[in-house]
Design a protein around this ligand. Structure first.
Ligand code: F0G
Length: 353
């Protein structure tokens, strides 16, 4: 099933020796990973104190989010084990990624989603790739509970409770270390179901064991203020935030995330919806990077933490998904565009500069 092209790019091709792949694993890849690590002079300036800030832009993965790194491994392993169908619960990105990799593998995929809570671009992706979409009257946490039950039947679960997903997602940490020649001092990222913070930490730890880095980063995770179970140390029954990707009240990898934070002497903090949207716009306007609201939580977090970062530290912020997935925060702006008469004078007046 796999071809030479599948084996020459993608995270399995680059990091095969660090992944649970053997000669019988068919490689299902869309050329994920190898995403840019962008030095940001403006963010570095905002933090000040001689700090250097880099943005790991995961929105340029094949389906527009970091999920593809884990999905290539999870789907390849599922096919190796003879799975006949994939299933996942999702706030949107996992379902988009699962649907695409299922299409590539040639097997059906069912996605269980909280009704009315998925950003339109992500739902569109799941439709386009031919997934069976089931919207439930409940939130992500309810959807994941159902998926766990269905996983005991004939479905291969491709949520991050599947260790193959975490294994694939570790590769983002490898790429950062390979490029910087060591780990950053601080790593900031959004936290929802807490798989990604778990995966990054596992990646850094594995590279430390293999003597590819000397020091480990301090991991700082950011939850949305209205969906912050780890921060408050209690399940949130009705999580609410504009950042729909991280609208999660009972994260599956809660314990592992706590472990990563404690072992790295890091922290979990919250950012408000207002701070998230402000950071999203700031990044789009000052760096040319358009990310979805959940992704901007790491940038909002950096703004909140800039005074707490000691001087001359290297900081990486992961932005997790592409802004095109979720047009909603810009709906008013899109709707407010009015046509003007196609005459130079009118047009110059409208431009205004
Ligand atoms: N950012 C984006 C864009 C996401 O889609 C997610 C999670 C996260 C951050 C948080 O990552 O869950 O590993 O802590 N999205 C999942 C989904 C839950 O179903 O697409 P996490």
């Amino acid at each position: 099933m796999s071809t030479t092209a599948d084996q020459s790019s993608g995270v399995i091709a680059r990091y095969r020796n660090f992944l649970p792949i053997n000669e019988n694993t068919p490689i299902i890849s869309l050329g994920e990973g190898n995403t840019p690590l962008i030095y940001s002079s403006r963010l570095s300036e905002r933090v000040g104190n001689g700090c250097e800030v880099f943005i790991k832009n995961e929105g340029v993965n094949p389906t527009g989010s970091f999920k593809d790194r884990g999905m290539t491994v999870a789907v390849s392993k599922a096919i190796e084990r003879g799975a006949r169908a994939l299933i996942c619960a999702s706030t949107g990105n996992t379902s988009a990624s699962a649907a695409a990799y299922a299409a590539r593998a040639g097997i059906p995929c069912a996605v269980i989603l909280p009704a009315g809570k998925i950003a339109s671009g992500k739902l569109l992706q799941a439709f386009a790739h031919g997934a069976k979409i089931v919207a439930i009257d409940g939130n992500f946490d309810d959807a994941l509970r159902i998926v766990r039950e269905l996983g005991e039947r004939d479905f291969a679960i491709v949520n991050s409770i599947n260790p193959d997903r975490i294994a694939g997602q570790k590769t983002a940490a490898f790429e950062i270390v390979d490029l910087l020649g060591g780990a950053p001092d601080f790593h900031l990222l959004p936290v929802g179901n807490a798989g990604n913070i778990t995966a990054y930490w596992a990646g850094y730890r594995e590279y430390q064991k293999r003597e590819k880095l000397k020091t480990l980063p301090v991991m700082i995770g950011f939850q949305a203020a209205g969906a912050a179970p780890i921060f408050h140390n209690r399940i949130i029954e009705k999580p609410e935030t504009v950042a729909s990707a991280i609208r999660i009240g009972n994260p599956a990898s809660w314990k592992q995330a706590r472990g990563a934070i404690e072992e790295s002497h890091g922290a979990i903090d919250i950012v408000t919806d207002e701070e998230i949207l402000e950071a999203q716009l700031w990044l789009a306007r000052n760096e040319g990077l358009f990310v979805e609201p959940a992704s901007a939580a790491s940038i909002a977090g950096l703004f909140k933490w800039s005074d707490k970062i000691p001087e001359r530290r290297r900081v990486v912020c992961t932005v997790t998904g592409h802004g095109l997935k979720d047009p909603e925060p810009f709906r008013d702006k899109i709707d407010s565009v009015q046509p003007v008469e196609a005459k130079i004078d009118n047009i110059l007046r409208t431009i205004g500069f």
